[in-house]
Every structure is written in C-alpha cells, then in structure tokens.
Design a protein around this ligand. Structure first.
Ligand code: NOJ
Length: 542
C-alpha cells in the first residue's frame, strides 16, 4: 500500500478510470451505478491499482454524460445517493484505493441553479457567473464554433445577450474572471475533500481562462494565475493527486502545470501523441495512418522534457478516445499480443499510468447502426456530414474508428447475459465479442491481457527505476521498433516493442544479452522479434 502522507505518493501510483454509466449495473436499469462500483472493488484490488478516477457522478441532466453538472454537491439519482458515494469512498479506502473525482469547472449545466438565475436578467447577481456578450438575434458576437459543432453563442431573449459555450449549448461556460465564481468552486472542492476524496481530475482545465473577444479558448492569459490560486485555496490543504485535462499543453506549459513545488497540479493529460494521426487543419474524423516514428519520438520528447522538472501522465485510452488495441494495435489475429505490447510500451515509461476500464481486458471498438449511437458528438458529426452530402459508409467508417462510444460500451464481466453488466437492457449495446473477451475469462488465464497489466503494476511497485529512471530512445528512426532504456544508478530497463504484423530482425545489444526478462508477451526466438512482440529487460540489483 502506498504511503499517502508522502507529498508525491502519486508518482508511484497507478490510476484506473471508471466510466460509471458503463461499469456495473445493480438495479437492472441498464445504467451502471455506485453500488456496482463497490461490488467490483475486489476486482480492482486484485488488479493492483491505487486510485479510481470516477468520471462525473454529480447531478446532471446527462446531455453530455455527466459533463454537464447541475449540482456539484449531490450524486445523480441514476448512480445512487450521496450515502452510496460515502460508502464507496470508505470501502475503497479500506482496500488502499483512493477516489479521484471528476470536476467540471469550465462550465455547468444550463439547469444549474446559477445559470437558471443568470439567464433571468442582467441585474441578477448570478448573471456575471457566466460569459455574456451583446448582440442581436441572428447577429452573433463573433464566429467562434463550439467543440461539438455549431456556434459557441446562444441567444437569451430575457437578457438580450448571447452566452458563451465551448461545448454543447446546454453547457454554458463559467466566468472565471469573477472572483465570486472562483470562491464558490473552491468551497465546493473543500467540501469534497472533507468527504474523503483523494484526488481530482479537472475537465478541460486549460480552457477556463478563455477570452472570447480575442477568440482565445485554451491557455488564456490568466490560466496559471487561476491554477495557482485554485491549488493554494484547495489542493495544497491536503495531500491529493490532481490531473488536468489539457488538450492545448505543450512541454513548457506542462512543466508549469506540474511543477515539483506543487504550485499548480500534480500532472496534466496532454494529447500530442493522441492527435498525431490527425492532419493539420482537418477534423479528428478525417482518418490518417499513425506516423509511428513521430509517435515514439514524441513520447521521448515528453519523457525527457518533464524528467526532474515536472510529471507525465501515461495513457492511451479514456472515455473520449477509441480503444487503443483497435486504433494502434491489431484487434484481429494479434489482439491479445498487441494489447499487451501497448501496455508494456506505456507502463515502462516514467509517469503515472492510467488504465481505462476494459483496457486491461483488451476490449475493442464496436460497430453499431447509426441509430444506436448515444454520444452527442457522434450524432452531430453524422448529421453535419450527411447534410454536406457525404456518403453514409464514409461517415460510419470514421465513427467506427474514432467515435467516443467505442470506449463507452459496457464493461464485459462474463460470458453470461448482458455480459454480467446488467440484467436489463444496456443503455449502449454490449460489444458482441463479450463471450470471448471478459473479465472472468481473463482472470482465469495466467497468460491474459489482465495478467499482463497486473504484472506491470506490480513491477512498478517493486523496481524504483520504473518510477524514477531517466529515458533514452534507441532505434529512433526505425519504422517498426520502439525501443527505449530507463536508468537509475545501477538499475536499468530496456523496453523492446515490435510494432506491427511482421517479424523484425533484432539482437539484444551487449549489456542486455543475458539480462533478466521482467515481462514478455510471446515465446522468444533467436535473432528476431515476432509480430507485436514486446519485453522488458532488466539489469541491476536483484
Ligand atoms: C472533456 C470530457 O472528457 C468530455 O467527455 C466532455 O464531453 C468535454 N470535456 C466537455 O466537458
């Protein structure tokens, strides 16, 4: 168990992300709930994780699956009650697991009482909690677009103004320039700290300091001032882990955000590697192959760029990204082996690893008829492209590859009805491959993807070089090999991955010839790496 009184305890931690709607249903409603998470805590303890990042469970109209909060201090009835949440915190703690809440601080739901008041008139004390600009019906303040499509402005006749929303119209942006808003947020966070949570994930945190007049969304001029104040007023009063979602972060900015003095956050989620298969000026939906060499060089830059002066988060999946085994691996013939390679590649690096539910089972993307998709981003995209005359098959191809619902299908617990997720009708279909890919089968197989994750977590706890070691990329230009070395004094690791369906000639370089193999994903052969083969070699103290 980690010593969580140590300031940097989260550097040795492994985090598991739960998307509550799809994790475990206990009522037959077809939607996962908090008692379901409690039921599965033993499973998570067996996996060996230290922290659960819980995607939003606060009261919400669920326009964007909880990322539209209408009451920060209550639990959505769909998931349970505040008493359930307190029980979850306590039960998790008993197993050495902390709960990380997902805080959506950039915007609220349009049904949040603050916004209900704010839209009543310019004189209302809550009006200035949000971002308003003058205009006339049909004459928008400017041409800014919302992330989910359409203009970023919505007209309110009662006020005679437009409000600003970077996401859906039902997600009005909060006005961080207003000190009263910031105070409300700090008090709410302190309240959650009192409930016993051990960390926070901060949704789109780099977008809080927006300036719509200058068309600035990310990385606004006051971002770090706001983050420092937030941290001083809240996080620094405890011993928490904090991670900010920051699509706009480059290395210098991530260094500021994750400075070792703890003045801002523990770390950020940056997305450089995750958007490499997106051409400049194109949308994520416009498919392009992964530039492999750029990808590993990008990881190397981040590893070296934050070593000793910041901290990386390590992730390949979350609820907004397609399943990595379908995206970068081979979810057909080499599903198991490539899922393990991706895990080994990532967990050999320096940073705090995040495992997204089902990743440890090698869960894959799904293909659904268009009417079964639930995500508003997918629906908006489909309608927009249809209206532009794009053929249905082409749109679906993009959705199959990149749609967010790929990651949101229910957790596959067993081969029984509803995959053990629900006794009712799941809110989003279960992936039909659940009979083959499920937790029960994985746990029974010592050679499973699950066993590989379990082992990687245990290795991180046992060998300090995983946590502290520096990073050097080998074979930097090789089109298929991702090889890197980590070292900490006399302890060294060599992580070797053959990325692709072809065998690749390879011989361990000198000091590594007789090194101990800490983990591998297939039988070794002299002189070559098999398709998707990966292993970690170790030299040093035993
Ligand atoms: C990022 C979240 O991860 C995503 O799911 C959500 O739609 C947006 N932020 C808006 O809150």
């Amino acid at each position: 168990m980690l010593d969580k009184t140590k300031k940097d305890w989260w550097k040795s931690a492994v985090v598991y992300q739960i998307y509550p709607k799809s994790f475990q249903d206990t009522t037959g409603s077809g939607v996962g709930d908090i008692p379901g998470i409690i039921r599965r805590l033993d499973y998570l303890q067996t996996l060996g994780i230290d922290v659960i990042w819980l995607s939003p469970v606060c009261a919400s109209p669920q326009v964007d699956n909880g990322y539209d909060i209408s009451d920060y201090r209550d639990i959505d009835p769909m998931f349970g009650t505040l008493a359930d949440m307190r029980r979850l915190i306590a039960e998790a703690k008993r197993r050495g697991i902390g709960i990380m809440m997902d805080l959506v601080l950039n915007h609220t739901s349009d049904r949040h009482p603050w916004f209900v008041q704010a839209r009543q008139g310019r004189e209302n004390p809550y009006h200035d909690y949000y971002v308003w600009r003058d205009g006339q019906p049909g004459r928008l303040p400017n041409g800014m677009q919302a992330v989910f499509g359409g203009p970023a402005w919505e007209w309110v006749p009662e006020v005679g103004q437009y409000y600003f929303h970077q996401f859906a119209p039902q997600q009005p942006d909060l006005n961080w320039e207003n000190p009263a808003v910031r105070r409300e947020i700090y008090d709410m966070i302190l309240w959650w700290m009192d409930q016993g949570v051990e960390g926070f994930q901060l949704d789109v945190i780099d977008q809080i300091a927006k300036d719509p007049d200058l068309e600035i969304t990310c990385n606004g001029p006051r971002l770090h001032e706001f983050l420092r104040e937030l941290s001083t007023e809240t996080f620094q009063k405890g011993c928490l882990v904090t991670v900010g979602e920051a699509w706009g972060a480059d290395i210098p900015r991530a260094r500021l955000c994750s400075a070792p003095d703890g003045s801002e956050l523990s770390m950020v989620f940056q997305f450089e590697q995750m958007v490499l298969d997106q051409q400049p000026g194109k949308e994520k939906w416009d498919l392009a192959p992964l530039p492999f060499v750029k990808m590993k060089q990008s990881f190397a830059r981040w590893q070296q760029g934050l070593h000793g002066c910041g901290w990386n988060s390590l992730f390949l999946n979350n609820h907004d990204l397609p399943r990595i085994v379908s995206r970068w691996g081979n979810d057909g013939a080499y599903r198991v082996r490539s899922a393990k390679l991706l895990a080994i590649m990532l967990h050999g690096m320096q940073g705090t690893p995040y495992i997204y539910q089902g990743e440890e089972l090698g869960m894959t993307n799904i293909r659904l008829p268009i009417e079964q998709y639930q995500d508003l981003e997918i629906r908006n995209f489909y309608q927009k492209r249809r209206a532009e005359g794009c053929p249905e098959e082409e749109i679906l191809r993009s959705i199959y590859a990149k749609g967010r619902d790929n990651a949101r299908t229910p957790m596959q617990w067993n081969a029984g009805p509803g995959a053990g997720f629900t006794t009712g009708t799941p809110w989003l279909p279960v992936n039909p491959n659940y009979r083959e890919i499920n937790a029960q089968a994985e746990m029974a197989d010592p050679d499973s993807v699950f066993a590989c994750y379990q082992k990687l977590i245990a290795l991180r706890k046992r060998y300090p070089v995983f946590v502290e070691g520096d990073f050097a990329l080998h074979e930097a230009e090789h089109p298929r090999l991702f090889v890197y070395e980590r070292s900490l004094g006399e302890e060294k690791l060599l992580v070797v991955c053959n990325f692709g369906d072809e065998a690749t000639p390879w011989k361990a370089p000198d000091p590594w010839k007789n090194a101990q193999v800490l983990i591998e994903n297939c039988p070794r052969q002299e002189g070559a790496l098999q398709p998707w083969e990966a292993r970690i070699l170790y030299c040093g103290k035993q």
